[in-house]
Design a protein around this ligand. Structure first.
Ligand code: 5RP
Length: 220
């Protein structure tokens, strides 16, 4: 089974968590795109949809959904479904490969339940092989880069990319993330950092990992 077949299976497995009356948060990326394609099948169970990016909003509208803002639904969502770039057995994640990490982190925080959908290549022993995305204020890019270099990371500016919030992304290589909760807090404290792509303070609640033998469910 190739990676995109696995992504499709993980997305399909997430549909069972959408119960009647669900206010649904939708993430961003190729795995979530499979989910968006399937959402019309469960339309009658969805009370409202909130999106984590302009890209997902566009796709949801193409499927006929009236996308609400988080404020319009009162700041709470029932289920947030999103992919990840890396995950560990504690359901802590690295996200932001698609650059949507800030709105993704807000929706994860607002969700009663966060369901993460991945193919089995994303499961790692220690987070950090995937370059860590960090959204930064453009005027603070050099300051944040220097601070990250002091932490032995190698930040690379994602040149030409502007986030939905008008900011820049640094992808940080070689950062040892032995304690994800601590590293998330430490990077968050650097002035100019908007969001760090470590999702450890608020990890996923349910991880659906698709492999050759089907979809495995992990919970903490
Ligand atoms: C976007 C993300 C995505 O969830 C992450 O990049 C995984 O993407 P894909 O499903 O395409 O592998 O964090 O900001």
């Amino acid at each position: 089974m190739d990676a995109s077949q696995k992504k499709r299976s993980a997305a399909e497995a997430a549909l069972q968590f959408i119960e009647p009356g669900t206010v649904l948060g939708v993430g961003t990326g190729s795995t979530v795109n499979f989910l968006i394609d399937m959402l019309p099948d469960v339309r009658d169970r969805i009370e409202a949809v909130v999106s984590s990016s302009k890209a997902s909003t566009l796709l949801l509208r193409e499927q006929g959904f009236d996308v609400k803002t988080l404020n319009e639904v009162g700041g709470d969502i029932d289920i947030y479904i999103d992919g990840a770039d890396e995950c560990n057995k504690h359901l802590q994640l690295i996200k932001g490969g698609g650059g949507a990490l800030s709105r993704e982190k807000v929706l994860a925080a607002a969700a009663r339940r966060f369901v993460c959908i991945v193919d089995d290549s994303k499961l790692v022993g220690m987070l950090g092989e995937f370059p860590l995305p960090i959204e930064v204020l453009p005027m603070a890019q050099q300051l944040v880069s220097r601070r990250l270099m002091k932490m032995r990371g190698h930040p690379i500016w994602r040149e030409g990319f502007v986030t939905d919030n008008g900011n820049h992304i640094l992808d940080v290589e070689d950062l040892p993330i032995s304690n994800p909760v601590e590293m998330e807090a430490r990077i968050n404290r650097i002035p100019g950092v908007v969001t760090v792509g470590i999702f450890a303070h608020r990890p996923a609640d349910i991880l659906l990992i698709a492999g050759d033998n089907g979809v495995r469910e992990m919970r903490v």
